[in-house]
Design a protein around this ligand. Structure first.
Ligand code: URA
Length: 437
């Protein structure tokens, strides 16, 4: 069948057969479908919709457009965590070593930050020398040695998604759940997992800001994981405010190391709590513990004993990273950065610290990227000083932006001031975890 005939089926609201979807994805990969035909097809899918069968067939075709890792010779259950992305969202660096310390193999293939959300690969690259471009062979060796490896997607993993995502981005067809599910799950399922825990964010800094959409996305991803034989669960978590104390790159690594070393760090408790929640769910799904209470106790023990931290250090060494380069105190100190303080304009209760505005400010001062090819300043970032729901007095510092220049700070100062809202009466903050699917 010619591309235009397959496009016409969806344009007219018909159901695509498995072989038509296979032909579409084959055409995306071998170049026999032109970009305008692929774009027309995704637009038809977006406007006419995809049934569950079509969504599964699309995920399957995209997954098998490339290599599927076979880690069956590693005698451990294989599990991973995936987040839909947020601001200050740094739990991967804590969860991977916790799971490894529990005897789980974690083949973590991550992405870079784009727009206001950060990316695990960027945070890792903030550690001097840390290599996120591992060959499949090296990736496997590192998992065998320390239980987990963290790497970028090779050209062989779900190659159809790379092309499709770029065209969806350019044609305003990203925000459609079946296309998102096929895109995310084709990459995750290529890791050859037994278990997958998804952290679906909700709130202003999330990819899907409203709770109903976040829940629907979580349900669709969980169902797809299960359809492919992977035990999958999703935690829908709060992203209306940044997670934890820091948003940036090396500052987020610092927060993770403080948690891994069991050292006190104010306002970092949500990061620790969410990491333990997601770890515990992955531990049960991987079959290491039977119930969530025991899994939580095990995860806390691996964190508390320093076992997870030791594996983090070993992983750094194996991936070429210099753990000594991670700051041991103030992560913004000694770098010649300018500190811009956001102060409470009146007394009351902190109602909002808008994750989207804070994430955008960090990007605008160079801590993230607007275009995929932009380079990043790992040292700039944002530090939260007040907790949403907490009482504040006029003049209190609510947060500090650390930028290279005063001009950089000035450009985003209005946005940052508007990110904070103070109520006259006590407010109840949204829960960290909204639901489990
Ligand atoms: N992230 C992805 O990898 N794909 C999407 O479609 C959306 C977010």
């Amino acid at each position: 069948m010619r591309p235009q005939e397959i496009i016409a089926v969806k344009r007219d609201g018909g159901q695509l057969s498995r072989s038509e979807i296979d032909a579409f994805i084959a055409g995306v990969c071998d170049g026999s479908w032109a970009d305008y035909q692929i774009s027309a097809m995704v637009m038809a899918m977006f406007t006419r919709g995809l049934s569950d069968e079509e969504q599964n067939a699309l995920t399957y075709a995209m997954l098998h457009s490339g290599e599927v890792l076979d880690l069956s010779d590693i005698p451990r259950p294989k599990a991973d965590k995936h987040s839909t992305g947020g601001v200050g969202d740094k739990t991967s660096l804590i969860i991977a070593p916790i799971l490894a310390a529990c005897g789980i193999a974690v083949p973590m293939i991550s992405g870079r930050g784009l727009g206001h959300t950060g990316g695990t690969l960027d945070k890792l690259e903030a550690i001097a020398g840390y290599d996120v471009n591992l060959s499949t062979e090296r990736f496997r060796q590192i998992i065998e040695t320390c239980g987990f490896a963290m790497s970028g997607q090779t050209a062989d993993i779900a190659p159809a998604d790379k092309k499709l995502y770029a065209l969806r981005d350019a044609t305003a067809t990203v925000p459609y759940i079946p296309l998102i599910v096929a895109s995310i799950m084709s990459k995750k399922l290529a890791e050859g997992l037994d278990a997958l825990v998804l952290d679906v964010k909700t709130g202003s800094g999330a990819f899907m800001p409203n709770i109903e959409d976040s829940m629907r996305l979580a349900e669709a991803m969980v169902q797809t994981g299960r359809n492919f034989g992977v035990r999958t669960e999703a935690v829908v978590s709060e992203m209306g405010r940044p997670l934890g104390r820091y948003a940036g790159n090396i500052c987020e690594v610092y927060e993770c190391v403080k948690i891994l070393r069991n050292e006190p760090l104010e306002l970092a408790e949500p990061t620790r709590e969410l990491s333990l929640e997601l770890s515990a769910r992955a531990i049960v799904l991987a079959g290491v513990e039977e119930n969530i209470e025991n899994a939580r106790t095990l995860a806390e023990a691996k964190l508390g004993s320093g076992a997870a931290y030791e594996l983090f250090i070993e992983n750094c060494r194996l991936q070429g990273g210099d753990a000594e380069s991670i700051p041991t105190s103030d992560p913004f100190g000694g770098k010649g950065l300018t500190a811009y303080e956001i102060k409470a304009e009146r007394s009351g209760w902190l109602e909002m610290a808008d994750a989207l505005a804070i994430g955008e400010a960090v990007v605008e001062i160079g801590g993230g990227r607007i275009h995929a090819e932009d380079s990043i300043d790992f040292n700039v970032g944002f530090e939260c000083f007040a907790e949403v729901g907490g009482e504040v007095s006029e003049g209190d510092v609510l947060g500090v932006l650390y930028s290279r220049t005063e001009e950089d700070a000035e450009c985003v100062s209005g946005k940052l001031r508007a990110a904070y809202k103070i109520a006259e009466t006590p407010v109840t903050p949204s829960p960290l975890v909204h639901g489990i699917v």
